[in-house]
Every structure is written in C-alpha cells, then in structure tokens.
Ligand binder design. Structure first.
Ligand code: RB5
Length: 153
C-alpha cells in the first residue's frame, strides 16, 4: 500500500458529503502543500447527498489504481468510514488525534483516513493527515493480524 505517499509524490483521492466539504477543502490544500497530487471525487457544493456514494467512488478509484491512498470526510466521519470498510481492499480508519493517525499506519496499514468535519478541527486534522502520509507500516506481527481482517461474510 505504499509506505510514504508524500515522499513518492503519490496521488491521494479525496471525497466527502455535504457535512465534510469544508474540511475536505482544507485537507486537499494540505495534500498539495505536502507534494501530493489530489484526485477530488466530490462533493463540491453544499447540496445534501448520501455519504455511501462518495465512499464508493473513492473505493473504486483505489481499486482502479487511480490513487494510492484516500481521505474521506462526512459530518461525524462515522458513516463514510463504515461505508468505505465494506470494500475488501479498503482499510479506513476514523481518526481524531495524532496517536490514532500513527497507529492506523504502524499497526493497521490503513490506506484511507476518515475525519468528521463537524467534530475535528482543521489543525488537528491537518496534523493527523501529515502523519498518515508519512508513517510506515511496521509489518511483522501486525501483518499477521491485518491478514485476518478480510471479509468474513
Ligand atoms: C449528514 O447529515 C451526516 O449524517 C453525515 O455527514 C455523517 O455524519 C454520517 O455519518
């Protein structure tokens, strides 16, 4: 899933619903400032939409190899992260702090980070995103555990 997206100038897909639009815009700017290429999958206005549709768009972009990692934002971050994790190739972590951002990479090899636009402030989210971009997966015993995260249905 790529260790350091920032260093490789990787493509990061971003998507949100209306509740996440303001924070998604902030995070897209952060990604560009960090040297990443942003693939913006919407939304881009305040019209009320259904967050699973945007999680699905982002999952499709990663499946098609159009982006290495993803950022999702809805009002709470809950719905859009649940929706993303329905896809077998997505490990999406809903993050609220720097510790979680580091752990989701080191221990869980998350390829998508989710935020709540109504719950997490811009500066905290920006710090978390930078950590997500640059923290490698530790592998070893964590690989064994990640291998057990496949669909059980
Ligand atoms: C939309 O009002 C809101 O339900 C959505 O953004 C998200 O918080 C759902 O989990």
């Amino acid at each position: 899933m790529g260790e350091n997206v920032k260093a490789s100038g990787g493509i990061v897909a971003v998507a949100c619903d209306h509740g996440g639009l303001a924070l998604k815009r902030v995070l897209a700017e952060t990604l560009e400032a960090e040297g990443c290429t942003v693939l913006d999958l919407g939304v881009n206005d305040e019209t009320s939409v259904d967050y699973p549709d945007y999680a699905d768009r982002l999952a499709a972009a990663l499946a098609e190899g159009k982006a290495a990692r993803g950022v999702l934002v809805c009002g709470s971050g809950i719905g859009i992260s649940i929706a993303a994790n329905r896809h077998a190739h997505i490990r999406c972590a809903l993050i609220h702090d720097a510790y979680g951002a580091r752990m989701c990479r080191q221990h869980n090899d998350a390829n998508v980070i989710a935020f709540g636009g109504r719950t997490t402030g811009d500066e905290v989210a920006k710090d978390c995103l930078r950590i997500f971009l640059t923290t490698p997966f530790e592998g070893g015993r964590h690989q064994r555990r990640v291998d057990k995260l496949g669909c059980c249905c």
